[in-house]
Design a binder for this molecule. Structure first.
Ligand code: PLP
Length: 400
């Protein structure tokens, strides 16, 4: 089952897509003076930039592309190291490798986001970028991450793919770093099947990111530009159908987030009412989180394992996605020099936390996250209360 945006799909997206079908303009580039050309991708970029409160946005074909374009925009060179957490989607690492960089894995803390203390230990003279990932909608400890970046002169690229619309201390996620990447894939807060958005406040980074996403061209080009291109790019363009669908979803963002907040708060309160011993919730770094999941943490691994079994779910450590230990393609990867940098259980603190954590679904209903138990964004209140009671009934005999 997909992410929250999917549950809110309706006539609004349909209308946006019909506009495109009726116009016949499928590419983001069309005749500006033809009134039938509705410029959906361009409109999406402007509306998203406005929503997040940044100067510039580039719409691309995936969140992975948005990360790659960010890394190229800030000037990452082959061999440069990028700090990434060990609990994240593989795209945080693969995007770095794809543009010649070296992902350096960092422990996560109880919030399931990058542990700033371990990040500091992993800094070397080759470190250029720090990539905090706002994991499962939870903002990273941006105060400490930004302080670290300043102290060691590192560039921050925020991976906001799981946290579109979230904020930290009243400031939107994606506005802290030099660039930020958002995803519109099927599992995200809003979705258009696939797609991505890159944001920045820096005009130079914007021009470079845009150029990389479209064969070296500058933003708002008209036709073919010859003579001014300074950067070799590839093609990561978003098309009008995707842009139209995403626009319909973006305009529902506030409703979606509001709904998730209410549902999660209710589920959490219901479970808390059970007063279960040795059971807590993951640390949330700011109430501006996206509330896509509710992560329960147990005092010890054995309890967590038993509870997962009772809930017919899995501890996060054994879930398919996001756990570096389960990324055999990463673990087996050798860089150009033949060096193998990653091995199983290289992040013992992360392993221990993931063995003690269980994800309950709220907005993202994905067994790949271990979120087999829980609710969805449309679950009515009485049913949420019943789910919370069921959780207590199943877990109480285990915790005693
Ligand atoms: C989804 C996601 C991405 C990008 O995924 P795409 O499928 O390429 O849009 C990157 N990082 C994280 C943490 C993600 O969850």
């Amino acid at each position: 089952m997909p992410g929250p945006g999917f549950f809110f799909f309706g006539d609004e997206e349909r209308k946006e897509v019909m506009d495109v079908l009726e116009s016949g303009y499928l590419s983001r580039y069309g005749k500006d003076d033809d009134l039938r050309f509705k410029q959906k991708v361009y409109t999406l970029e402007r509306e998203f930039a406005q929503k997040i409160g940044v100067n510039y946005c580039v719409a691309v074909n995936s969140g992975t592309s948005a990360l790659m374009a960010s890394l190229v925009a800030v000037g990452l060179q082959p061999g440069d190291e990028v700090l990434v957490p060990g609990y994240t989607f593989i795209a945080s690492m693969s995007s770095v490798i794809a543009v010649g960089g070296i992902p350096v894995l960092v422990e996560v803390d109880e919030s399931l986001t990058m542990d700033p203390q371990d990040a500091e230990r992993k800094i070397t003279p080759r470190t250029k970028v720090i990539m905090p990932v706002h994991m499962l909608g939870n903002p990273c400890d941006m105060e400490r991450i930004m302080a670290l970046a300043q102290k060691y002169n590192l560039i921050v690229i925020e991976d906001c793919c799981q946290a579109l619309g979230g904020s930290y201390r009243g400031q939107r996620l994606g506005t802290f770093g030099a660039c930020a990447a958002f995803s519109l894939n099927n599992y995200k807060v809003i979705n258009s099947g696939d797609g991505g958005l890159l944001v920045t406040n820096d005009e130079t980074l914007y021009r470079r990111a845009f150029a990389f996403h479209d064969q070296g061209h500058f933003p708002l080009r008209k036709g073919v530009e010859v003579g001014n291109r300074t950067l070799i790019g590839i093609n990561m363009r978003m098309n009008e159908l995707t842009g139209a669908f995403a626009l319909g979803q973006l305009r529902k963002l506030d409703v979606i987030l509001e709904t998730l907040r209410m549902k999660k708060a209710r589920l959490k309160a219901g479970i808390q009412a059970g007063g279960l011993e040795g059971v807590s919730f993951r640390r949330i770094n700011d109430p501006g989180e996206c509330c896509t999941l509710l992560t329960v943490q147990f005092e010890d691994e054995e309890l967590a394992e038993k509870a997962a079994k009772a809930l017919n779910s899995k501890v996060v450590y054994h879930s398919g996605w996001h756990v570096y230990n389960n990324m055999e393609h990463l673990l087996n990867f050798r860089d150009a020099s033949g060096t193998q940098r990653y091995r199983k259980n290289m992040l013992p603190h992360t392993d221990s936390i993931l063995r003690r954590s269980i994800n309950l679904s709220v907005g993202v209903v994905d067994p790949g996250l271990g979120a087999d138990f829980g609710i969805n964004p449309l679950t009515p209140e009485e049913e949420i209360d019943r789910k919370a009671e069921e959780f207590i009934r199943l877990v109480k005999p285990i915790t005693g």
